[in-house]
Design a binder for this molecule. Structure first.
Ligand SMILES: [Zn+2]
Length: 338
């Protein structure tokens, strides 16, 4: 299939994206406007292009935190959801489980309930306007230590909003190993939250085992290093634990793969792992979910029926109810046609 045909066909298919960071879905135009109003300092990048140029996770996180740092008003958070909605609509993503990382904002003095209030209203507005559904996963973060994660969880539980469905663990995987966060996750599970974690993005398979055994996560974010441990891959297959693949993100941060062709997603899929395709940070990596499917189709030889299966997996791996999943999957089948 030619590229333009592929893109216009895929745009017609309803999709889910379940590993996407809100702050990384700000449009470049919005980032430019934030940069324009940010006072000069030695840390200030000379341009948006400079801000978005990195080739490892550490420098990427520095940029991510810099972008968060430019968000100084609650109304910026509201605007952020307009950009999220624009991205979702452009790719016909009808259901999204979105990460929001409050740590940096709280350090700057934003109050958690104020943020949740603004976000809740912003989501309600775009859901109604754009006919899509957004659920939030609060990223309690590895980067700022256990006490910070515990305090994020407490705030999440205290100001429980219906669109908040779980917690996640993003940030610096080397600095904040999963096993430190066992108590935080046990409490979250006890209180009825879903739990996921980034794992095996820049650390070996032991990090994924820790996320599974200590944190009891329901899904693995990235899971890139699982390929080094056949027993782990077998475990993911047997338990059908979804792995949230973020291919372009992994290629750009260059820890285990430097080109798409070397990504283990093909091997995972062929061995029966429940893989789901995501962008992670579309603005930071200059990609969309349809771009990701195009790369899979052209560089990793995913056939069209396999692409359809990957799209269905997006709903299967979500935290929707079985009936909701069936309804969305039926929509995919109808849109796909024969
Ligand atoms: Zn991520």
């Amino acid at each position: 299939m030619k590229k333009d045909e592929f893109y216009s066909f895929l745009r017609k298919i309803p999709k889910a994206e379940i590993h996407l960071h809100a702050e990384a879905t700000l449009s470049r135009k919005t980032v430019q406007a934030l940069l324009d109003r940010t006072p000069d300092s030695p840390a200030k990048p000379a341009s948006v292009e400079k801000l978005f140029s990195y080739n490892n996770l550490k420098d990427f996180i520095t940029s991510f935190l810099y972008v968060q740092g430019m968000i100084t008003k609650l109304s910026d958070l509201e605007a952020m959801f307009d950009d999220v909605a624009t991205y979702l609509k452009a790719n016909n993503i009808v259901y999204c489980e979105l990460f929001f990382s409050p740590s940096m904002f709280m350090k700057k003095g934003f109050a958690f309930p104020d943020m949740i209030d603004v976000i809740q209203k912003a989501i309600a507005k775009v859901e109604k306007r754009d006919k899509l559904t957004i659920k939030l996963i609060i990223d309690v973060s590895r980067t700022f230590g256990v006490e910070n994660a515990q305090s994020n969880l407490e705030s999440t539980l205290k100001h429980k909003a219906p669109m908040v469905i779980g917690i996640g663990l993003g940030g610096d995987e080397e600095k904040g190993p999963a096993k430190l966060f066992g108590d935080v996750y046990a409490e979250a599970i006890k209180r009825g939250l879903h739990v996921v974690a980034h794992a095996g993005e820049v650390v070996g398979p032991e990090s994924i085992w820790d996320a599974l055994n200590t944190l009891k996560v329901e899904r693995i974010g990235h899971g890139l290093s699982a390929i080094q441990d056949p027993k782990l891959v077998q475990h993911l297959v047997e338990k059908q634990i979804p792995v949230e693949i973020c291919l372009t993100s992994n290629v750009i941060t260059q820890k285990y793969v430097t080109k798409a062709e070397d990504h283990p997603v093909r091997a995972y899929f062929d061995q029966g792992v429940l893989v789901v395709i995501n962008t992670d940070d579309p603005t930071f990596f200059d990609c969309s979910i349809i771009d990701e499917f195009w790369i899979l189709h052209t560089k990793l030889k995913f056939t069209m029926p396999e692409i359809k299966q990957l799209i269905i997996n997006g709903f299967k791996a979500s935290f929707l109810t079985p009936a909701q999943k069936d309804a969305y999957i039926a929509q995919v089948e109808t849109a796909w046609g024969k």
